[in-house]
Ligand binder design. Structure first.
Ligand SMILES: Nc1ncnc2c1ncn2[C@@H]1O[C@H](COP(=O)(O)OP(=O)(O)OP(=O)(O)O)[C@@H](O)[C@H]1O
Ligand SMILES: Cc1ncc(CO)c(N)n1
Length: 260
């Protein structure tokens, strides 16, 4: 049985974070496991409060899983602070984890900060270099690089600058630009562009989490990074197309893959 581990925050409304990741793993028939880094009280309209889990408990959860069960891929989402990032990095390095998919979560769709501002430097120096693939959206890439990204040409340059930080692949998500979303994947030599017609819906809560965990699931099944991104893009597109209109704000994506 293929396995994947998510290291991320809990979303009480079930649309993003740990809950989106585990639903994605299940829909793609991969056995999912979780390390919870923070508990957020949130729904489709926003985040009310956040409690970060103590780092010794985060480390214990990681070691409990990694010392016992082979992990095919690791997806990393919300990591609150510099301390949490350092704990996660040292534990992953100790066990020589591979297939690391890093979604550098910073701000929720509703505008709530999920990562302390000062932690961006630690993310850049310690975590991005060990990632197999890092999947920032445009505001996250702008915060990491300290520059604006306004068009597809800027996106290619940003991919090159992010690649210099050390990850094997960069997938820069263009959903935040106007028009049809274009994602750019860069492996240090070649660019792959993923063009997708914009689906007109407000139900986009958890799209970034879903995409990165779908990449992890496909890596766990033994696919290459490029194939995993292709397959994950198919998955997220279907999950947005069939997204669920619940709540007053941004509804969640749909994970019952076999039904659509
Ligand atoms: N309306 C849409 N139609 C089609 N594809 C979309 C749409 N919105 C986002 N996507 C795609 O979904 C994926 C996730 O992108 P997005 O930019 O929403 O991530 P994100 O901002 O990190 O999400 P989150 O708010 O969950 O952190 C990308 O591949 C993007 O191109
Ligand atoms: C816990 C959690 N992780 C990630 C996101 C993505 O924005 C969110 N809203 N909540």
């Amino acid at each position: 049985m293929e396995t994947a581990l998510t290291i991320a925050g809990s979303d009480s409304s079930g649309g993003a974070g740990i809950q989106a990741d585990l639903k994605t793993f299940s829909a793609l028939k991969v056995y999912g496991m979780s390390v919870i880094t923070a508990v957020t009280a949130q729904n489709t309209t926003g985040v009310r409060s956040i409690a970060t889990i103590p780092t010794n408990i985060i480390q214990d959860q990681m070691e409990a899983v990694l010392e016992d069960i082979p992990v095919g891929a690791v997806k990393i989402g919300m990591l609150s602070s510099s301390h949490v990032i350092k704990t996660v990095v040292s534990t992953l390095v100790n066990v020589k984890a591979t297939n690391i998919v890093l979604d550098p979560v910073m701000v929720s769709k509703s505008g709530h900060h999920l990562l302390e501002y000062e932690a961006v430097q630690t993310l850049k120096e310690d975590l991005i270099p060990i990632a197999t693939i890092v999947t920032p959206n445009l505001p996250e890439a702008e915060a990491i690089l300290g520059r604006k990204i306004l068009c597809e040409e800027d996106m290619k340059e940003a991919c090159q600058q992010l690649n210099e930080l050390g990850p094997k692949y960069v997938l820069l998500k263009g959903g935040h630009l106007e028009g049809d979303p274009v994602d750019v994947l860069y492996d240090g030599t070649e660019f792959h562009h993923f063009y997708q017609e914009r689906i007109l819906t407000k139900n986009t809560h958890g799209t970034g989490c879903t995409l990165s965990s779908a990449i992890a699931a496909h890596l766990a099944k033994g696919n290459s990074v490029v194939d995993s991104v292709h397959l994950a893009k198919e998955y997220i597109t279907g999950a947005i197309q069939h997204s669920i209109s619940i709540g007053q704000g941004h509804g969640p994506t749909h994970h019952f893959h076999q039904l659509w």
